[in-house]
Design a protein around this ligand. Structure first.
Ligand code: ADP
Ligand code: MG
Length: 598
């Protein structure tokens, strides 16, 4: 199938050919003929990156007779998307000079948008809030609108634009065509479709992107506390990585980005707590490859269109399977191979299974690259870069004799050694003493024994009772004699705490009481939820477990000392005390039920 066969008109053909569109993508094949031939309403389910803008944009432009009165509105959730869509439409309309397209979005001055509207536009691409403002000021007159496009409708709903959409649609003449695009079909989307669409066709462009065929899915299973270390290994193993690292919360996103930056990576964060200006700048820098690793939330990354990611990294599995499809569909585009990597802990195994079933593809369980493998990979890159350096003879001619004279006493091999040490020492030093990462296999009981032997590497020893990083340890007066095992505890917590599911950390069961860990930011919610709970007529006590002494939780201390120290890897130089092995012996079997737990 070609665009020609889809009866795309000559001026549009010329423009998209210049943009490098050779053949239509599936959603375009499905939507373009429908929209050229009829004015039927349409619901199209398609993932990010499947070419939706051209799917609705080309037929819309083709059928448009410029009148300088708004005839079509495209609603989209964010300013970023709004600008991107307007840019795309503008590019398609390159050879339709009379067509005027205007993006309107909040967070900026009204006046330019007002003025542009007064001068006349044919297509308004808008975020809902600003469009309503402009309607109320009488600047955006929608009485000639014949087409409404709801782009990323699911995202608009999840951002709370439902009422705004209602309000806008009420201002549009009853006789109009509505096209709704969404990545997912939720009940709310169905409701909108029922309320506002008439006799709508529904098309689904395979839940998998075209690109997804080219995506390999790999997961590494580690302890929650090792996730960040594992992330670094993965990133270090691919010196030319260009990736989005997806996190679940804004907080985690910022934290991981901060850690990466601190550790010398070219990384930045993208999430909703940042100002629009900051987000724009970060996205721009990432698109220009000036940032190598973008740590982002699902929502914030939606507006970002990049085709050449080498990897997508899932720092933990997303809540929804759809989000996973979204994430992984961002790599393996434009005919390239892509890799989606999941760094998960053992409790997320079930989620991997769910995703495998949904996307009908198997994940490969990876073994984290060893320090040695990473070092050779990095070294290779250094050498490769040296080989590829373009030498401009003229530029260096003046300096060469002097340099030659200075380095005369070094032979080629010496020189090599120096180059390598200089370019490469960051990795060598780090990995010479890198904390070990225990491979987790929940079915494999030997893993624990193995780790005991090797736990002298500055990591927490097994049996150490400080909570995992980012987690709060909670004490509850229910234990095994009450029939409370891991499943019961997870069930109890989630039943008693309405709202998003709480991810459970380590669970430590004793006969008459237990400990369990929840993400720090959830601790309050859990305590509140469990307050006043009785079991078999007995009031159940719940509280945050007190830590005895200050646990040295992070391995930052020695690592920093190690790097900034003499370079000899002296571990005691950090001033934080020795970190050998278990900091305190674990006193098992305390039956006192006291909150003190060591
Ligand atoms: P979506 O809105 O579904 O996320 P877009 O419309 O933004 O996807 O398109 C994703 C990318 O694919 C854009 O860079 C766009 O220019 C490109 N693209 C769209 N259609 C084609 C095509 N037929 N051939 C090549 N590239 C295309
Ligand atoms: Mg889009």
């Amino acid at each position: 199938m070609t665009f020609n066969e889809l009866k795309i008109s000559e001026p549009l053909l010329r423009a998209i050919t210049e943009m490098g569109f050779e053949k239509p993508m599936p959603v375009q094949e499905a939507v373009i003929p429908l929209q050229l031939e009829s004015s039927q309403d349409l619901v199209a389910l398609a993932q990010t990156g499947t070419g939706k803008t051209a799917a609705y944009g080309l037929p819309l432009l083709q059928r448009l007779t410029p009148t300088a009165q708004p005839q079509a509105i495209v609603l989209s959730p964010t300013r970023e998307l709004c600008l991107q869509i307007a840019d795309d439409l503008e590019a398609f309309a390159k050879y339709l000079p009379e067509v005027r397209i205007l993006p309107v979005y909040g967070g900026t001055d009204f006046m330019p948008q007002l003025r542009a509207l007064q001068q006349g536009v044919d297509i308004i691409v808008a975020t809902p809030g600003r469009l309503i403002d402009l309607m109320q000021r009488g600047a955006a007159v929608l009485k000639n609108v014949h087409t409404v496009i709801l782009d990323e409708a699911d995202e608009m709903l999840s951002m709370g634009f439902s009422e705004s959409i209602d309000q806008i649609l009420e201002g549009v003449p009853a006789e109009h065509t509505t096209l709704l695009f969404s990545a997912t079909m939720s009940r709310e989307i169905e409701k909108i479709a029922q309320n506002y669409l008439h006799d709508a066709r529904q098309i689904v462009v395979g839940s998998r992107n075209e690109g997804a065929e080219n995506v390999n899915h790999i997961y590494y299973m580690v302890h929650a506390r090792d996730k960040y270390l594992a992330l670094k290994r993965v990133v270090d193993y691919y010196p030319k990585i260009y990736a989005i690292i997806f996190c679940r919360t804004r907080l985690e996103t910022q934290e991981i980005a901060d850690n990466l930056i601190r550790d010398g990576y070219n990384a930045d964060a993208l999430h909703g707590d940042l100002s629009q200006q900051q987000r724009d700048l970060t996205m721009q820098r990432f698109r220009q490859h000036r940032i190598q690793l973008l740590v982002a939330t699902d929502v914030a990354a939606r507006g970002l269109d990049v085709d050449d990611l080498t990897h997508v990294i899932n720092y933990g599995m997303p809540e929804d399977i759809e989000n996973y499809t979204h994430r992984s569909g961002r790599t393996g585009r434009a005919g390239k191979k892509g890799t989606s990597i999941c760094i998960v802990h053992s409790r997320e195994r079930g989620r991997i299974r769910d995703v495998e079933r949904t996307i009908k593809k198997d994940f490969v369980r990876g073994t984290l690259p060893s320090p040695k493998e990473i070092c050779s990979k990095q070294l290779w890159k250094v050498i490769d870069d040296i080989e590829r350096v373009e030498v401009d003879e003229e530029e260096i001619a003046d300096f060469l004799p002097e340099v030659r004279r200075k380095l005369e006493w070094l032979d080629k091999d010496d020189l090599l050694r120096r180059v390598i040490s200089r370019e490469f020492s960051r990795f060598l030093r780090y990995y010479a003493n890198a904390p070990e990462i225990e491979d987790v296999n929940p079915q494999d009981k030997t893993a624990k024994t193995k780790s005991k032997k090797t736990s002298n590497s500055g990591r927490r020893a097994v049996g150490d009772h400080s909570p995992e990083e980012g987690y709060t340890r909670i004490f509850i007066t229910l234990g095994k004699v009450d029939g409370f095992y891991a499943r019961e505890i997870i069930g109890l917590v989630n039943n008693r705490c309405p709202g998003p599911k709480i991810e459970m950390g380590r669970i430590d069961l004793r006969p008459t009481f237990s400990f369990f860990e929840v993400p720090e930011e959830e601790a309050e919610r859990v305590l509140k939820g469990l307050k006043g709970f009785s079991f078999k007529g007995r009031r159940v006590g719940v509280d945050i477990a007190e830590e005895v002494g200050t646990a040295e939780r992070s391995d930052e201390g020695w690592r920093k000392g190690n790097r900034s120290g003499s370079g000899k890897g002296s571990r005691s130089g950090s001033g934080k005390g020795s970190r050998s092995g278990s900091k305190k012996g674990s006193k098992k079997g305390s039956k006192s039920g006291s909150k003190k737990w060591e």
